[in-house]
Design a protein around this ligand. Structure first.
Ligand SMILES: [Zn+2]
Length: 381
């Protein structure tokens, strides 16, 4: 009798354990990557096209969408997304001038170490012009735009892009390209405008040497005498803008998630260019952000697929436990990078989503081929 009760109890216990583990497996899936899509130029969508686009994302199992404000502002886009579980990020382009014609407000332009306006003059990069990260008026209008849009549209997250000093990093490794000087430092430093110089010498707590009058003279003196302080000042500038943006948008949507688009250089690479040139320090930014998304565009940067995993590990280390890393990767040819084969596409997904990655972002979504979409479906179903 006792033996019978004992075996019955054991059976009940095993059944309960099985049911519990099944329920646990259904609700908890450690390491399951987020599949997201970043849009580039999804312009002029009518109602029907919008429905089809959103339907496509659902069919593919895309869980998050990163969209610029000219897409996000379409009422139909928001209406269709609201019917789904897809989480929309609003991309905020911070120091990229697309919302401002800097030639009309030259004081807002960042100034390079050769005294030029911070714009790339190559045929590939001539879309890029960047504002001074210390210009109070520019910063204010940028923050006001983010707040207004977040308040009106209530996105899942704010994805902070162009949050850095000027650099056309996409092709900075290519010989013959603007900024390439044949040495190990093909990168142009900025910003040496009057505002930045005034703030930097205040930061140093010293008078600006009278002999230094031009941006070139100032840059040369700073590089020779105050390089560490200069990098710290640049990092502080970028970090404080993120802090100000995050504080402002959280006042109108307290639970908003924050992502930043990170320049894809490893810590220390190119003589610490990520901080020295762009002013981005993931370690300093980590307390303010939930996600960091390196622009891991391997094809254009002539990198192997495993480099994406290296970037994830590097950035996750800097995040510590404060933020997750979700790399975006290039799905189609850009800047004559060459076609992306199916094998490359699959290896990019594999390397980009390897732990400790939180997932992958396909970019630009609108150039995905049917074959690539079919492969994504096999992963998300
Ligand atoms: Zn400046």
């Amino acid at each position: 009798m006792n033996k019978h009760i004992g075996s019955q109890a054991l059976w009940v216990f095993i059944t309960l354990l099985t049911l519990m583990s099944l329920a646990f497996a259904a609700t908890y899936s450690p390491g399951k990557p987020i599949y997201a899509a970043k849009l580039l130029a999804l312009d002029g969508l009518n109602e029907k096209q919008t429905q089809k686009t959103v339907n496509d994302w659902q069919q593919l199992g895309i869980q998050q969408i990163f969209a610029l404000d000219h897409i996000y502002q379409l009422p139909e886009f928001r209406k269709q997304l609201a019917k789904t579980n897809i989480k929309p990020w609003l991309i905020h382009q911070t120091f990229f001038s697309n919302h401002n014609d800097l030639s009309q407000t030259p004081d807002w332009f960042a100034i390079t170490e050769t005294g030029q306006y911070a714009q790339d003059n190559s045929k590939e990069g001539n879309w890029l012009a960047m504002a001074c990260p210390n210009n109070a008026d520019y910063k204010q209008q940028s923050i006001e735009r983010a707040v207004k849009q977040v308040k009106a549209w209530q996105p899942y997250g704010l994805s902070i892009d162009f949050i850095r000093y000027f650099a056309f990093w996409e092709l900075s490794h290519v010989k013959g390209h603007e900024g390439y000087d044949g040495h190990n430092d093909p990168l142009i430093d900025s910003c040496f405008c009057d505002t930045c110089m005034q703030l930097f010498f205040q930061y140093l707590n010293m008078e600006k040497p009278k002999a230094l009058t031009t941006p070139t003279q100032l840059a040369s003196w700073i590089h020779d005498n105050k390089q560490d302080e200069w990098v710290n000042f640049k990092v502080q500038t970028i970090t404080s803008m993120v802090k100000d943006l995050v504080t402002a948008v959280k006042q109108v949507k307290p639970d908003i998630k924050i992502n930043i688009h990170a320049v894809p250089w490893l810590a220390g690479e190119h003589n610490n260019a990520v901080q020295r040139i762009t002013g981005q320090s993931i370690k300093e930014l980590a307390p303010y952000v939930d996600y960091v998304s390196p622009m891991a565009y391997a094809e254009m940067m002539l990198k192997p697929a495993r480099w994406m995993h290296d970037l994830v590990i590097d950035m996750k280390q800097q995040c510590s436990n404060q933020c997750e890393v979700i790399p975006a990767f290039q799905v189609s040819e850009m800047y004559d990078s060459g076609e992306i084969t199916e094998k490359e596409f699959q290896s990019y997904i594999r390397e980009a989503s390897k732990a400790p990655s939180a997932g992958v972002v396909f970019w630009p979504w609108e150039t995905l081929t049917q074959q690539q979409k079919n492969y994504i479906k096999t992963l998300t179903r």
